[in-house]
Structures are given as C-alpha cells and as structure tokens.
Write a protein that binds this ligand. Structure first.
Ligand code: CUK
Ligand code: CUA
Length: 643
C-alpha cells in the first residue's frame, strides 16, 4: 500500500524529527518524547500463536507484536463499529456510524452530515424537518459483514444494519470510515443483514423484521392482517435499493449461498400476530428461500409494483420467487457452512438446529421435491440455540442462550443420525459466561474457515468482572478451537452491545496511512475551495459570500494557517481545515471553546464544519489531538463582532 511505513522510510523517530524541527522548546516535550519513540526491538513484528500446538494457542500478543486477525464488532444500541485485534482482544479503533462522536465530530462535520442525510427517505426527511432535525441521532447496529469476492473477503467494504431507523451503512475499509448510509423505504426496521458471497458483493440482503401497512401512511392501523414485511436487496456498489420483495412472517436473520443463486432468511411470527401470545401460537414457523435469478428476471421484465420509488415484488406463499420451508417455532440465526453446501437455521425456542442442503433448492423451486425434503439433519443441541459458527473440519459451534453454553457438533454425524443411523453428533459442550447470542470463528463465514479461534458474544457478564454498578459490560469470550476440545482462554468485557462480529485474517485488510487529496469523502470541500480560488493545501484565508463566511486554514504541527479570523455575529460560518502534515498518525483537531464545535482532521484530509456565530466575543479555537510538543499552543482566536 502507498502508505506503508517501510516503503516511505517514515517511522516514529522521523516523525519526531520533522515536528521537533518546527518546535522551539525541546525541553517542553518532556515525557511526550519517550512515549512517542518506539524502541527498535519492538518493531520486530511476530505472528502470535504460530508455533502453538493444536488446542494450545496463546491469546497473548506481546508488546510490539501484531494480532493475526481483525475483528469487526457491532455495538448494538451504541450505533458504531469497533475494530479489535484477535487473539489479543484489544480494541484498536472505533468507527462512528449511526451514533454521534465527540472525538471525530461525526454527526457535526459537513462530510459526516452528508453521509448521514443524503440517503434518508423523503418521508423521513420531512418528519425530521418537522421536529427540527436533519438526521437521526442514534441507531442500533447489529450485523457487520464484509464484502466478498469469490467466497471470501476482498477488503473493500463492511456493511451493517440499523435496526432502529431502517438504515444500511457502508464502511470503506481503506480508510475505516463510513461513506454511505441509506434508509430503506417501505420496510419497517432492518434486522438480519448479510451479503452476496459469489461471484461478489453485489447484493446486501436486508431483512425487514416488523410488519406494517405498505405504504405506511396512516392506512390500516387496526388491520394487522394487511401488515407486510419486506426483504430488500441493496446494490453494494451503488448503495441503492435493487429490489424489494414482500413476504409472509417476520424476517429475522439472513444468509446467502456460495453459488450466487439463493438467499434465505429465518421467519418467526408466521401467525402474523401483534402480541407475544399471538406470535408464539403456532408449532412451526419457516425459513424463506429467495430465488435471486427469478427475482432479477421479473425486475427486468418490469413485473413489479413501484412503491416508495423502488421495485417491489410479491413473494408471499405460492410465489415463484420464494419457497417456505417449515421449521420449529421461532428460528433465529441462519448460517451457511464454509463447505458451501450446508445451511443451519437455529431453533431458539426449539432445542434443535435445522440443516439444509443448498444443492436441493433447485429441485424445490422446480417443485420436484417438497420443502422439508431440503432438510438433511435436525440435531438436538440444547436449550436456546441462537447462532452457529464453523471450523474447517466439518464441525459446527452453536450458542445455547438458555443453557449458557457453546455446543460443538459434527454435521456429517448429525446427517447420519437424521437418516436413522446410530451416530453421536455431539462433541463437546463448553460453559460460557453467560447467555451467548452470536458466536464467530476465524474466517468461518467464508470458504477459507481456518478452525483456529471462536468468540462467544455473551449478553451477561454478571460476576466475571469488577462490579461497575447496575449496568454491567457484556462478555466476549475467546475460545481456542484448534484442538479436539474447545478451550476458553480469555474474558473480554465490552460496552453495549456487540451482537455480532466478523473475524478476518489481517492479510485481507489493507488500510492506508493517510488520505489521498482526491478522496471523495471531502470532495465537496475541494470543489467549494476551487470555486473560491483557494488552494486548500497552501492557502489560509477568509472568503465572504453575502451572509456566509468561509474560513480556510491549513494545519501543520503545531500551527493553524490562521491564528485569528473575524466574523460578525449571526453570520453563517464554515471552517475548512486541511491537515497538510504528510506524516503517518499525525492527526489534528479543530475545536471552538463554548461553541460546541469539535472535529478531527486526519493526515492529508480536509474537514469542515458549519455553524452560526451567534455569540459575540473572543473565542479561542484549538487543536484537540495531541500532535506535537507545542500542541497546547496550537490555537487561534475567532473574533465575533457584536451586531
Ligand atoms: S441478533 Cu442479536 S443475538 Cu440482532 Cu444477530 Cu442474534
Ligand atoms: Cu495539532 Cu494538536
């Protein structure tokens, strides 16, 4: 990658060399220096756990060593993505998405506001306008999934859902920043989210969980029989809705095959109920299978209704686009095995998992077989099966929410037992602490599953950590699965509330160290500067445009390009800061005291923020990211003349 440290011969020492040359008081750097200098021996990078014997891997990653895997955690109602190293389970960085972030100014900068507003439905924009907002302040992010090419991760994007406000986000993995958010029309929440694995992503599949009238404009309030739920395919390249299809039942989780032909979702509430008792009445619910080719052909033929600006197909029972396979009441997770053949739907209310063979789906759609004939095993695993992960040896690992266990079982043995043969498919049950939801294996959601690590994302930690009051952390536990037996090796507390995670080998991810000046993320700022005749990387000046004032300044440790600027009370001010330091990890910030303005400006990026200068006086602005020995002095004055 262009930004690689070794390529450019830039290291921490050089960084200090450059910045120290500008600095005056060497003595003032004091402790900062020793903290910034990385001892040479720590730069020898080792790969942890390589020599370990099966079942004896260490989670220890020594000082200066790097983790072997990235883990992308969701954060539920915190609304962000968190990136961890694995096996160390150290949190590396957070990527704000549906939340607000004080450090980076996410939700305040013009660049982030563009992402947060441009993809909202017209209905939502109107609603937000009425309540005096431009976008939502919160989200509920459950399912982070990386883009695929040919059955494995390609390092381009991560996609995730917002269960709270029916949105889908995309994060660019080159800069680890969210660049697109869209809100799905017609659909009411998006819960399950997975991507197309083959030939590439392609589609991002989004499960509409709750049933509402379509369109949901005040009609049919008291007619639940007219409520519908919707499955959406988003085009991951354009981040536009490709098509939607109406289904029966509440969609829960979703996955896709390795052939590019089918997606499938668990459904609960086949009853169409609106109370808990209604929803649990039936003995069976179903898994609904979507025939992608048939749907695409229908869309091409124009065989759909346009609702909310997108093509909507009818996919209820009896439709050529779907098949409904009965499974025990209220299934939850659905997971495709790395063998490309087996798909496991997890029972939740039933102690079983249902295993499908995707090779039978062609015959099912041609009505050559009955729906249940696609089922090849239904092992009994324990109480509350929620999600299943896989190794590279034909074994599955299912979380048992009620039993607080992970159950390791063998798929082939479960198939033999299903055929009536004598076969013991249960291999081991391991206690976890406590009440696990999702679990994940290293690379286990790709055809390159490696069978080394499993994490169990436990909803309760209870007594596992120091008591921090009524609200306790969750517990993400690391389990060594490289041997015959699962071995619990690490407890990891986490804040609300990682539902899901993806463990990706580090060879798949290649982030850059600095922004490129032609990055689309701040292209609007570049365009505006051009129109104003400003060179963002060199000029610092104030441009007046009627009631609007545009303040352009560079930042280079330890100085802003402007040490003061003057505006009049009531004017709309936009400050553009361009970080012209070309040094890895040298981030600046820009914040204005008592104005509530704060943002981050990464190396070689431009960030901008717009506000009204509504209070007269002297307001110091300062750099928020410790960038230099003279960081405290990196500041200037905004002078606001009273009107
Ligand atoms: S759901 Cu949370 S434990 Cu939203 Cu993936 Cu199963
Ligand atoms: Cu720039 Cu601190």
């Amino acid at each position: 990658m262009s930004g690689d440290t070794k390529d450019k011969g830039i290291n921490r020492r050089k960084l200090l060399g450059t910045t120290a040359a500008v600095g005056v008081a060497g003595a003032a750097m004091g402790a900062g220096v020793s903290q910034l200098v990385v001892p040479a021996e720590a730069q020898t990078r080792q790969q942890p756990g390589q020599q370990a014997r099966p079942g004896q891997q260490s989670y220890e990653v020594k000082p200066g060593e790097l983790d072997e895997y990235y883990t992308f955690f969701s954060s539920g109602q915190s609304g962000e993505i968190r990136i961890y190293g694995l096996p160390s389970m150290r949190e590396l960085i957070r990527v704000p998405v549906f939340n607000r972030d004080s450090a980076t100014g996410w939700g305040q900068t013009n660049e982030s506001l563009k992402v947060l507003t441009e993809g909202l439905t017209e209905d939502s924009k109107e609603y937000l306008r009425r309540i005096g907002k431009v976008t939502y302040d919160s989200g509920d992010l459950h399912h982070p999934h990386l883009s695929f090419t040919d059955g494995t991760y390609d390092g381009r994007y991560l996609f995730a859902n917002d269960k709270l406000n029916t949105r889908v986000c995309r994060i660019r993995l080159d800069v680890m920043r969210c660049d697109k958010i869209i809100q799905l029309p017609n659909q009411h929440t998006v819960h399950g989210l997975r991507v197309q694995k083959y030939p590439r992503t392609g589609y991002v599949f989004c499960n509409g969980e709750d049933r509402v009238p379509v369109p949901n404009d005040g009609r049919d309030l008291d007619k639940p029989e007219n409520y519908r739920s919707i499955f959406t395919a988003v085009d991951g390249d354009t981040m536009k809705v490709a098509w939607q299809i109406i289904v029966d039942g509440n969609l829960d989780n979703v996955d896709a095959d390795y052939q590019g032909k089918y997606a499938f979702a668990t459904c609960y509430n086949s009853e169409g109920g609106v109370t808990l008792a209604d929803m649990m009445a039936a003995e069976q619910d179903w898994v609904v299978i979507f025939n992608l080719k048939r749907i695409e052909e229908a869309v091409k033929r124009g065989d759909y209704k346009e609702i909310g600006g997108v093509p909507v197909l009818e996919g209820g029972k009896g439709s050529p686009f779907t098949r409904y396979v009965p499974v025990p009441n209220s299934p939850h997770g659905i997971n495709t095995a790395p063998d490309g053949i087996h798909v496991v739907a997890n029972g939740k209310l039933s102690p079983t998992a249902t295993v499908f063979d995707v090779r039978k789906f062609d015959d099912l759609f041609e009505d050559k077989i009955q729906p249940r004939e696609t089922v090849v095993a239904e092992p009994e695993l324990g109480l509350g099966p929620l999600h299943t992960a896989f190794d590279n040896k034909g074994n599955a690992y299912t979380t048992l929410f009620i039993d607080s266990q992970v159950c390791k079982w063998n798929i082939e043995a479960a198939k033999r037992a299903f055929r009536g043969e004598k076969a013991n498919y249960l291999i081991q049950k391991l206690d976890v602490h406590y009440q696990p939801g999702h679990n994940h294996t290293s690379m286990g959601q790709t055809k390159e599953a490696d069978g080394k690590w499993l994490i169990s994302l436990n909803k309760f930690s209870k007594d596992r950590f120091l008591n921090v009051g009524p609200l306790k952390p969750e517990n993400d536990q690391l389990i060594d699965i490289s041997g015959d037996r699962m071995r619990l090796v690490h407890d990891g507390p986490s804040y609300a509330e990682p539902h899901d995670a993806t463990i990706v080998h580090r060879s798949k991810i290649n982030p850059v160290h600095r922004f490129s000046r032609d990055d689309p993320f701040f292209a609007d700022a570049v365009r505006q500067a051009q129109a104003d005749g400003v060179d963002l990387t060199a000029d610092s000046k104030v441009v007046r445009d009627g009631e609007k004032v545009r303040v352009y300044m560079t930042s280079m440790a330890p100085q802003f390009g402007l040490e003061e600027f003057r505006v009049r009370q009531g004017e709309e001010v936009t400050v553009y800061v361009t970080n012209i330091d070309d040094v890895e990890d040298l981030t600046h910030g820009f914040a204005i005291i008592n104005y509530g303005i704060s943002m981050e400006v990464p190396p070689q990026a431009t960030a901008s923020v717009t506000f009204r200068a509504e209070r007269p006086g002297v307001y110091w602005y300062f750099c928020t990211w410790f960038c230099h020995a003279m960081h405290m002095e990196m500041k200037g004055r905004m002078l606001v003349e009273a009107q």
